[in-house]
Each structure stands twice: as structure tokens, then as C-alpha cells.
Design a binder for this molecule. Sequence first.
Ligand code: PLP
Length: 407
Amino acid sequence: MSEEEKTVEYKLATTAIHAGEVHDPLGSHINPIYQTSTFVHEDFEAIESWRRGEREAYTYSRGDNPTREVLAQKIAALEAYGMENADAVSAMIFSSGMGAISAAILGIVSAGDHIITQQVLYGSCDHLFTEQLPNYNITISRIRGLEAEALEAELAKYPNTKIVYLESPANPSMTIIDIEETAHIAHAHGAKLVVDNTFASPILQQPLALGADVVVHSTTKFINGHGTVIGGAVVSADAEYMENGPGKKLRFMGGAVPSAFDCWLTNIGLKTLPLRMRQHCINARVVAEFLDGHAKVDQTYWPGLPSHPKHDVAARQMSDFGAMISIDLGSYAAAGRFMSGLSLCSLAVSLGNVDTLVQHPASMTHRMLSDEGRTASGITPGLVRLSIGIEDADDIVADLRNALTNI
Ligand SMILES: *Cc1c(COP(=O)(O)O)cnc(C)c1O
């Protein structure tokens, strides 16, 4: 491509709206939903030229689908935003975040390999690591916050480590891990860094630019934003990995592919992600400051509060602090009374929707962990997690204030 032909580099909000979009030959403004399992070849010569690799063609929707491709390109463009090798970044779309995470991991490790991760993880990911992967002789060890020195020591102890896996921010204390530093350490020991970027979204944090090798997402959350679809994505600048790892092999054979309609809905949601994240963050600040000063709240965990132990790291690697807040209300009973007193906020797992969702990890998302596992992960009986929506912040605060009076 000559210099003149180079596409203009748009800013983030423009990228979210325009990246990947194609106008249908019939003139449809919004990209169509290709709700089809298979694709027709014109004639036998068309099949032959496709087989010889002279022509690209859609063949079967478990492999590729044009509606899915639009979403893949948009997510890749956002994760690659501002990177020098942005063109090398591609994304694979899955039918759930867990589908994406499983494929991303199994695309790197095989029997006899080791993974090092932090103590606290998204619940299903925790189960995948501790219950499923050991069945395939893939071992796991954990370091509370992946602190540099302890990570170095663990990598020296397990030279068969292929992945360092992190979530930042992570449940429930909104643990922040330094992505750039962790990438340096992992690479020095020949391991890849895989980052779950679900809580921040590519609008607030771009792990590939910070040195991560692979980014995974539950697109169910902020990326879709409207709570209509379960979905996931794997993003990487490593073409070889995307071709032979989760991409061409594990997604096709594993089969965790979403429908065209699900991709279409997620793509529509993603267009407003920059705008939504801005309001999510503004509202979260108002709510976090209200909760932090409240007499009935023992602890407020939000990376934007100067009291957060990794506030400076969050300020360095994120453009804003996100919409996830946890509070400790001191006891299981107090958490229950608080939850029962809410009326605007919905009591529901999941996060990143336009409306505020509140959940109690000990009885909901992390109920299946062992008691020791919960304690080690800082999931106290009184902990409540809030995903702050984009309603008027005054209304959210009023609902929380009301629920706190009765606990
Ligand atoms: C929801 C979530 C997942 C799993 O995604 P699903 O779409 O539910 O499969 C993984 N990681 C994080 C941080 C999540 O919030």
C-alpha cells in the first residue's frame, strides 16, 4: 500500500463507530446479519480457485461469517489503538468469554506446562484453572498480586511456565497489577502474558501496547453494554498464534462460535463504548466518593480512590478508573439487608450494562469456591460488588443511601 492509500488514523470514538463497518452492495447503511450456516460457491472453478488459495471465500459459519468479521475488526482496532504495529493485531470472536479464555490458554499450553496467575480470578476462570486444566497435566500456581519479586522466584521454580495470566482490575478488591512490569518479567523467562481486559475494556486500557501477548475479553460486559448477548474475544498481534492457536484450530474444532445475530448486537453496542465508558467512570467516581465517606461502609475498593494500594499503577496504565466498585459491609447479614433495600439497582451477576448491577460474591459469583479459596481471595462475607451504570448518578446514590440506612 502506498503512503497515499494509507487509511487515516481516527481517534478512539471514531474507531469504535467506523472500524470494520462495511456497506452492503445493496446499499444497506448498517451491516447486514448474515444469518446463514453455509455459503454458496458460484461453480466448480470457484471452488478450485478457493482450494488453491487464490481466492478467499466464506464457506461455513463455524469457520467464518461476515457479520462476525465486522465485530472482530472493530475489537482489534480498539485494542490496537495507537500501537505502531496496529495492523498486525487481529481478533477472534467466541460465543462466550470462557470460550475465548479456554481457547486462548489451550492455544499456548500443552501437557507438562505450567501457568502462573494471581490469587483472585473471575469465578469460572478459577474453576478452569484449578479443576479442569490439572486433568490435562497443566499445573497452576498463584501469587497474590503477581508481585514482581515473588513472580521472578516462581518463574525460576517452574521453568516450564508458558503463561502468566492476569486480570486487572480484578474482583473483588479491584486488585491492580502492573501490566508492563509483568510482561517484562514473563518475557525474560520465555512465558507469554495473557491479560483479561474485561473490567477495563479497550477504552480504558490497552494491554497489548503495554507488552501483553494476548488479550481476552468477555464481550458480554462493557463491550456489548446492554446485557443482550454472551460473547468473548481473543486479541493478539502474534499472527502465528492466531493462525495456529485459538484461531484457525481451537475455535473451529472447539466450535464455540456465536451466531451472526449475537455478533450484530454486540457490534451495535460496541459503537457507543467510548461514550458509555466516560459516563460509567464519571458516575463511579461520584458513587465511590459517597461510599468511601459513609459510616456504614467498612471499606470501599475502587482504583480511582487515592487510598487504593495500587492507585498510582492504575493511573499510569488506565485512562480512567472504571465502573466496578466493591464495598465491605462487615457481615453476611448486613450485605443481605443492603441488597434487600435496593430498588433502582438490580440484584444480578454480570457487569458492564447501562444499568447498575449489584451482586454479593460470597453467595453468588464465588459461592462455589472453597472457604479457604474465598478467604485467600479476600472475598469476605460482607463484600458487595457494584457495576455502576449510566443512569443519573444522583439516582444511583439515592438508592444506595436508602439501602444503607437500614443495615
Ligand atoms: C464475565 C467474565 C468472564 C467470562 O465471560 P462469559 O462471557 O461469561 O463467558 C471472564 N472474565 C471476566 C473478568 C468476566 O467478568
